[in-house]
Design a protein around this ligand. Structure first.
Ligand SMILES: Cc1cc2nc3c(=O)[nH]c(=O)nc-3n(C[C@H](O)[C@H](O)[C@H](O)COP(=O)(O)O)c2cc1C
Length: 171
């Protein structure tokens, strides 16, 4: 099995992290992995907002999402990235999804764990959108698409079961 397939097959969502920060070097590698992702018509429109886990904006989002939750939406990971895309470009959801998966797999290949996060969408694109756009430096005419929590894993998780017969047609 080559290294890429090994990374893909061993990846899983991580929901428990150590307090160890993600190094600046790894952080830069992960951002670049996102920037290297393909985009429709090579538009390269996805914006990446990189936030430390202890930044108050994460806490504020958590409060708006669910102040009584037992865990935070980012599972107290030391790093969170928020990806936003252009409102008038029809492929921005897909482009953000591809970019976040690049980051997710790159994190795994660096020995880090990560979690793709969609649950904050209604908070970030809801009544307080303008306020969060400003706080997260989301560009004008853009909206939040997807986030990813990243850190050193403090748990292991089995890869999910998949059903080849159910999901695949080979003509
Ligand atoms: C678009 C998208 C949004 C997701 N949002 C969340 C989320 O908000 N919170 C969470 O804990 N997991 C989230 N996940 C992770 C999925 O729950 C996870 O990928 C799925 O359960 C399969 O587990 P695995 O990634 O370990 O294979 C999201 C995954 C995707 C692809």
């Amino acid at each position: 099995m080559n290294e890429t397939i090994k990374t893909i097959s061993e990846r899983s969502s991580i929901r428990k992290y150590t307090a160890e920060p993600v190094s600046e070097e790894d952080c830069k590698t992960l951002i670049e992995a996102g920037l290297m992702a393909p985009t429709a018509t090579n538009r390269q429109e996805i914006h990446f907002t990189v936030v430390k886990g202890n930044d108050p904006v994460n806490r504020e989002i958590q409060n708006d999402l669910n102040p009584e939750a037992e865990t935070t939406f980012y599972y107290d990971a030391p790093l969170v990235m928020y990806l936003s895309g252009e409102d008038t470009f029809g492929w921005s959801d897909v482009d953000a999804g591809i970019a976040v998966e690049n980051i997710h797999l790159a994190a795994k290949s660096l020995g880090l764990g990560s979690l793709v996060i969609g649950c904050v969408k209604k908070v970030l694109n809801g009544d307080k959108k303008a306020e969060y756009d400003r706080k997260l430096q989301i560009p004008e005419g853009y909206s939040f698409r997807i986030a990813i929590a990243i850190g050193h894993p403090d748990t292991t998780k089995q890869q999910h079961f998949f059903d080849f017969e159910k999901n695949v047609s080979i003509l």
